[in-house]
Ligand binder design. Structure first.
Ligand code: ARG
Length: 589
């Protein structure tokens, strides 16, 4: 599927090339001044400069070349080399017809599809998530939907944190509560029971208890550290416990992620690559990259050109244990060796505050040759802040559990829906379903609409509002189109051939035409807000169209059918775009 922007760009590029200039000068974009033009091309000035020619002449020549295309209604060079372009009604009508019929609602697949791993979510077993984990889930899931939509082969991996001190806390605290459990009997040779000895509630209690004690009691902390060392050294009872802890956590996490429409292909964790670590360390040694330092084994990754301090990667700590660096390196090795097809890229959707960690890991991975340079990407994001401008905390001052966040959003959505006029025959189940969809739309859109790297303030009241630039607003916009089409259908009025003529119709099709470019831009920059902008702009163009022209009430049957078809195309694309953002639209609300 092509687009008007793309066709015009190709035409303008050909015109530049015909004059011996580079094709990229022909880039066409939507005009900033819709009253003057639909599209513009600003390349003539730069092209003329580098060719030592007159920009006005180049602009006029390109405009003349464009006029030869039937889709071009007018093309005028203005000022020192801007080209203003209007497209014909027929071209807009054809474009809208294509979008309506296209399974991808007018999107173009990426020309450079990749096999990509997206590592996101990253919850830690037993530790409650902080809002940063919410961002990772929402941004990561949107990227996986976006990349798949555009033809990439994507595998998502939640990469559980299941290898750190928290596992030692859990093991030792459980021992203090129930020392007789078979898992602590070192003479026992297995097999261990299949039924977990703990519930998710137990984990939620054991971890904070141990961590609080360890804070003021170095001996208590040491016990947890020893337990981690024993676990990492392969103590069978501890490994069996670890497996139970992971299973219990994952079951609970799946529920909470599912609420937000977030899913993963793989639920692997740091502990899954434990067996690869000796071989990995050997690789670093053989390559002459590993160095002993105060009993630890490190890899220098600093470069001459570094402006900031770049500490070494820690392969083994002085206790012989492994941490976050090593497990991330081993995971890269695991993915490259065992995934089919072999990944070409790995994206890590993780808090910007971990930028240094990823820079260190990426450099070490490239040095030892696990993957080609430039194919590991840290997709960082800013924090979610409270009204005080600091990372968001609960009223009690603690980190927020995803389950609690979901529940808060759900309640707020119910409150907002209670104030709205829902259809009278809506039963409790449908109502609850709509409330969930509103909550998800609210949380996801509020996050995704920001430039990924900036911070934003958590404000549930605003996020769940049906007015303004919010998820619920967009959802409601789509629901309204659905009901408009349903009512028309009931009156025997269906969509028909599209014939664009009125300004509001033209503007609407121009908005629709930008879908492909928005998707590709969002993919290239790994920036979901670009798609959010498109979807919001489309819904605004629809609302202008709806305000300016009768649709179902249009007296002329051909016009009425055309406008109903336009509305159908908008709904089609709006739903496709929202689905990529993880927002589903109910039939009614
Ligand atoms: N578990 C980590 C955290 O809570 C995030 C993991 C991110 N992914 C990775 N491959 N390091 O901070």
């Amino acid at each position: 599927m092509t687009s008007l922007i793309r066709d015009l760009t190709a035409a303008a590029s050909a015109a530049f090339e015909a004059m011996g200039m580079e094709a990229h000068w022909g880039q066409v974009r939507r005009s900033d001044k819709p009253e003057l033009a639909d599209f513009q091309c600003n390349g003539a000035m730069g092209a003329a400069k580098s060719a030592g020619k007159n920009p006005r002449e180049i602009g006029a020549a390109v405009a003349d070349a464009l006029k030869a295309y039937p889709m071009v209604l007018s093309a005028e060079a203005a000022g020192p080399g801007f080209i203003n372009i209007r497209v014909s009604d027929a071209a807009l009508s054809a474009r809208a017809t294509d979008i309506l019929a296209d399974a991808k609602a007018g999107a173009e697949p990426a020309s450079d599809a990749h096999v990509t791993v997206i590592d996101f979510g990253g919850p830690n077993v037993a530790k409650p998530m902080h809002v940063g984990h919410l961002r990772s889930a929402v941004i990561g899931d949107t990227l996986q939907r976006l990349l798949r939509f555009l033809g990439d082969t994507v595998t998502s991996d939640t990469h559980l944190g299941d290898w750190g001190l928290q596992m030692g806390h859990l093991v030792t605290e459980l021992y203090d509560e129930q020392p007789d459990l078979i898992y602590f009997d070192e003479s026992f040779t297995g097999p261990y029971p299949d039924v977990p000895p703990v519930t998710i509630e137990d984990l939620g209690r054991l971890y904070p208890a141990a961590s609080a004690k360890a804070k003021d009691d170095p001996a208590r902390n040491q016990r947890s550290q020893n337990a981690v060392a024993e676990l990492q050294a392969g103590r069978a009872g501890y490994r069996a416990l670890l497996k139970h802890f992971i299973d219990v956590s994952v079951a609970a996490l799946k529920v909470d992620y599912a609420f937000l429409n977030v899913s993963f292909d793989l639920w692997k964790g740091e502990s899954d690559v434990d067996h690869l670590i000796p071989g990995l360390i050997e690789q670093f040694r053989k390559a002459g990259l590993a160095e002993e330092s105060d009993g630890a084994l490190i890899v220098h990754v600093a470069r001459e050109s570094d402006k900031k301090e770049m500490p070494p990667v820690m392969l083994l700590n002085s206790r012989g244990g492994t941490g976050y660096h090593t497990t991330d390196l081993a995971t890269i090795e695991d993915r490259m060796a065992h995934m089919h097809p072999t990944p070409e890229r790995m994206l890590y959707v993780v808090d910007q505050r971990q930028a240094l960690h990823f820079e260190q890991v990426f450099r070490a991975a490239e040095l030892v040759g696990l993957i080609d340079e430039g194919h590991l990407e840290h997709i960082g994001f800013g924090t979610v802040n409270g009204p005080d401008g600091k990372p968001f905390k609960t009223r009690e001052g603690g980190v927020l559990r995803l389950a609690d966040l979901n529940a808060m959003a759900f309640e707020e959505a119910e409150r907002k829906l209670g104030a709205a006029n829902l259809p009278e025959d809506m039963g409790p189940q449908e109502r609850a379903n709509v409330a969930r969809l509103v909550a998800v739309a609210a949380l996801r859109f509020a996050d995704l609409q920001n430039t990924r790297t900036t911070n934003y303030v958590f404000d549930l009241d605003r996020f769940t509002s049906f007015e303004g630039k919010t998820g619920p607003y967009l959802m409601y916009a789509a629901v309204r189109i659905k009901s408009l089409l349903r009512r028309a259908q009931a009156d025997g009025n269906g969509p028909g051939a599209i014939a664009v003529g009125h300004d509001a119709e033209r503007a609407l099709v121009l908005a629709l035409d930008g879908f492909g470019a928005a998707l590709l831009g969002a993919r290239e920059k790994r920036m979901p807000h670009i798609l959010c902008e498109h979807v919001f702009g489309l819904s605004q163009a629809f609302s202008a169209f709806y305000g300016a022209l009768p649709i179902a009430n249009e007296a002329d049957p051909a016009l009425r059918a055309s406008r109903l078809a336009l509305a159908t195309a908008v709904l089609h694309q709006l739903e496709a775009g929202l689905r990529i953002l993880g927002i589903d639209v109910p039939e009614r609300m």
